[in-house]
Design a binder for this molecule. Structure first.
Ligand SMILES: NC(=O)c1ccc[n+]([C@@H]2O[C@H](COP(=O)([O-])OP(=O)(O)OC[C@H]3O[C@@H](n4cnc5c(N)ncnc54)[C@H](O)[C@@H]3O)[C@@H](O)[C@H]2O)c1
Length: 251
């Protein structure tokens, strides 16, 4: 029977690219997102073995998700946690609502989706990929909340890798730099002070490539996620893999 991948944030820029990569590779794709219309649109482009619109910021929904995926697909071979949200601004201006939103989506949702996935992944000796960020590897000015969420996600991934190694489950974090997705457009629109292109230029100015710097394509990150889920990547677990043009390599 074909292997099954469950992708959270599957209606998003990166999640949908991961879904496409695995569907092209012959896997069955279970897709979930808060955005029901986005999931529906994805279902018109790809065959989806399961499509579930859920808010994963609630732990009970994470368990419901896994129950539904197993009922519809019968097995789980890989979990890719790609749901995420961005907020930025100084710590003293951060609202409790934004704090709860970012931690609930970027950390709590991944934590409880991993927890619910462990039992079926023990059966398949499968893999978890948590999409973290360069912002989980080093501080990003003005983005303490997002950095805190992704730093925690990175160490969650490493600890799970240790805890689940004896079960044959591999767990890795993938940490992209800036990817050309709706999240990046949202950042630029909302925090660009009326100059979204200037916001994007400022981001690119941080890359070591200088004038040749460009945003990462979601398909490039999807290819790394695909690689990590293959048997030939058996030795890779507990890693935090940067895909960021060297952004996090040093000053
Ligand atoms: N775009 C970037 O520059 C960048 C860089 C590094 C890491 N990341 C991370 O990559 C992942 C994918 O982001 P993206 O760039 O594709 O962004 P995106 O906004 O295109 O996709 C994120 C998806 O998460 C979904 N989501 C949000 N809240 C949810 C919830 N409560 N329950 C379920 N789903 C929810 C959204 O509906 C959306 O479809 C995120 O974890 C993000 O933090 C993005």
């Amino acid at each position: 029977m074909q292997p099954v991948v469950l992708i959270t944030g599957a209606a998003g820029g990166l999640g949908s690219a991961v879904a496409r990569r695995f569907a092209n590779g012959g896997w069955r794709v279970a897709a979930t997102d808060l955005n029901a219309a986005g999931l529906q649109a994805l279902g018109l482009q790809l065959p989806l073995a399961a499509s579930l619109a859920l808010d994963l910021g609630h732990a009970t929904n994470c368990q419901t998700l896994l129950d539904e995926v197993l009922a519809r697909c019968g097995r789980l071979d890989a979990l890719v946690n790609a749901a995420g949200v961005w907020r930025e601004g100084p710590v003293e201006a951060c609202s409790e609502a934004d704090f709860d939103l970012v931690l609930n989506v970027n950390l709590k949702a991944a934590f409880f989706t991993c927890a619910a996935a462990i039992a079926p992944l023990r059966v398949s000796r499968g893999t978890i990929i948590n999409i973290a960020s360069d912002a989980g590897h080093q501080g990003n000015r003005n983005a303490a909340l997002y950095c805190a969420s992704k730093g925690a996600l990175t160490l969650l991934s490493k600890t799970l890798a240790l805890d689940l190694a004896a079960d044959g489950i591999r767990v890795n974090a993938v940490s992209p730099g800036d990817i050309a997705t709706p999240m990046l457009d949202f950042q630029a629109e909302r925090y660009g002070g009326g100059d979204p292109q200037g916001y994007k230029r400022d981001l690119l100015s941080l890359y070591p490539q200088g004038r040749a710097a460009r945003f990462i394509r979601p398909e490039e990150v999807a290819e790394l996620v695909w690689f990590l889920c293959q048997p030939y990547a058996e030795a890779i677990t507990g890693a935090n893999l940067a895909i960021d043009f060297g952004l996090s390599a040093g000053k």
